[in-house]
Design a protein around this ligand. Structure first.
Ligand code: HEM
Length: 447
């Protein structure tokens, strides 16, 4: 019968000695990095990376290590976790030139997402894309695209009455609103564009934390498959609606939208450079991919909050009824009904949709508070921890309490309570769709 060979005691002692030495050595090397779990030789902190609610674990570690900045080392990457708003601002805002690159996990490269400026490194191309985005979306924010937001919301109302799957309807509405603003695409049109409204938006922002933690050699054929499907979807999202609007503009039947206004502003679409058109197509596609998923998460959080806290819903309904006298609310009411504005803030605070933000990457070595932060390190702002800081938002931060943002008599927003800007990210990469996103979710909540 086969029996296992007896291990040589000397070899065992040597192996244990080697492990202990390299663990000690690793610890020594780590002292120039911010604190964090000690880790193991070769695999570093791979086993420490929390898979469930990492933002809560990082928040706990920040208290345990008494440090607003933490680090983890995994093969091929250093992760820096920022749990404190002041630290995030010191690095992402005051040292923005160092901290504004993005991570490039190979699975995202396989999807060719560098066309989307959310994934581009800080640099001239990114600056150009972002400037055009801002100009087009801000310049056109009043007329006529607000009408698109409202129309998308009203379409949701009609569908919700008979809906069996509410999440699907909310998902559809978020896509509907962003597609309407960007391309002027309305419900009822057929073909692949209509199908796109039902395409589950890529969960890129949520997926990124997990993807970032995987080294490029990580075995996972399922990721390749997902990446191939993802690439097709990105191609479809970028090309289909843009080609559609181009054709509509050519026929003179285009509905007013960011895309049609841009195309109409060109003297002649056919003679515009291919690069100019490609760039614009990519910028518009980033709006869909950046805006649809974030908006739908907000709507789901809102629904959850209203189910868990029916008193808040009753109070909000009574306040709305008495304020707008029976008409349906619209985006012009945003900023005018403090209790509703407080609900919008509390949704962003209570359940931020990107609890670890979108990662920023260092483009060169840096030192901060005596620590050395290496070039290429991936920095995660713990937005969840920042928005659950009792020093800023008062007690019971895990509860949904819109009143925390109001003065004692409930009549005004309380200027002494921190805003929820952190939900939209930081520094030069701060969300450029913030204004849009806020008004959009406001309109959909109040309807
Ligand atoms: C309430 C809704 C929204 C929230 C909470 C939100 C949040 C965020 C966050 C946290 C980031 C990362 C910022 C950073 O890197 O520090 C981001 C980036 C971005 N968001 Fe939003 N977003 C929302 C709505 C929108 C909408 C509606 C659009 C499009 C119209 C949009 C477009 C973008 C784009 C293009 C980026 C990438 C910016 C860059 O990398 O330079 N977002 N958003």
């Amino acid at each position: 019968m086969y029996s296992l060979p007896t291990p040589n005691p000397l070899a065992v002692v040597l192996l244990l000695g080697l492990l202990a030495f390299s663990r000690f050595y690793l610890y020594q090397r780590k002292t120039s990095l911010p604190p964090g779990p000690r880790g193991w030789p070769i695999i570093g902190n791979l086993l420490d990376v929390p898979l469930m609610h990492p933002w809560k674990v990082y928040d706990r570690w920040a208290k345990q290590y008494d440090s607003g900045i933490l680090s983890l080392r995994i093969p091929g990457a250093t992760l820096i976790i920022l749990n404190d708003l002041n630290i995030v601002q010191d690095l992402f805002s005051k040292r923005a030139l160092i901290y504004s690159d993005r991570a490039h996990p190979s699975v995202l490269n396989m999807m060719d997402v560098s066309r989307l400026f959310v994934f581009q490194d800080y640099g001239e191309k990114w600056k150009h894309y972002r400037m055009v985005f801002k100009h087009q979306f801000e310049a056109n924010k009043d007329v006529p695209s607000r009408i698109h937001e409202l129309a998308a919301t009203r379409r949701l109302l009609g569908r919700l009455v008979k809906a069996e799957n509410h999440e699907k309807e909310l998902r559809l509405t978020a896509a509907d609103a962003i597609l309407s603003i960007t391309y002027g695409i309305q419900a009822g049109w057929s073909g692949s564009i209509r199908k796109m409204r039902n395409v589950e938006p890529l969960n890129l922002v949520d997926a990124l934390p997990l993807l970032n933690m995987l080294p490029s050699w990580f075995p996972g054929a399922q990721f390749k498959e997902k990446a191939t499907r993802g690439k097709k979807l990105v191609d479809q999202v970028l090309q289909t609606p843009f080609e559609y609007v181009k054709a509509e503009v050519a026929k003179g039947t285009a509905v007013s939208s960011v895309a049609s206004l841009f195309l109409a502003s060109l003297e002649d679409v056919d003679s515009a450079s291919q690069k100019e058109l490609d760039d614009f197509q990519n910028i518009l596609g980033t709006a869909y991919l950046g805006g649809a998923d974030t908006t739908v998460s907000q709507l789901c959080s809102f629904t959850l909050a209203m189910l868990l806290y029916p008193n808040v819903q009753r109070k909000a309904q009574a306040i709305l009824d008495s304020t707008i006298n029976g008409r349906l609310p619209n985006f012009t009411d945003y900023g005018k009904i403090p209790y509703i504005d407080a609900i919008v803030n509390e949704i962003l605070r209570w359940n931020p949709m990107t609890p670890l933000g979108v990662f920023h990457v260092l483009n060169r070595d840096d030192t901060y508070k005596g620590y050395t932060l290496p070039k290429g390190a991936i920095c995660m702002p713990n937005i969840w921890a920042i928005l659950h800081d009792e020093q800023r938002y008062g007690p019971h931060v895990n509860e949904f309490i819109p009143e925390r943002f109001l003065t004692e008599d409930g009549g005004k927003m309380n200027p002494d309570i921190s805003d929820v800007d952190a939900a939209f990210g930081f520094g030069r990469r701060v969300c450029p769709g913030r204004g849009r996103g806020l008004v959009l979710v406001f309109s959909e909540y109040v309807d």
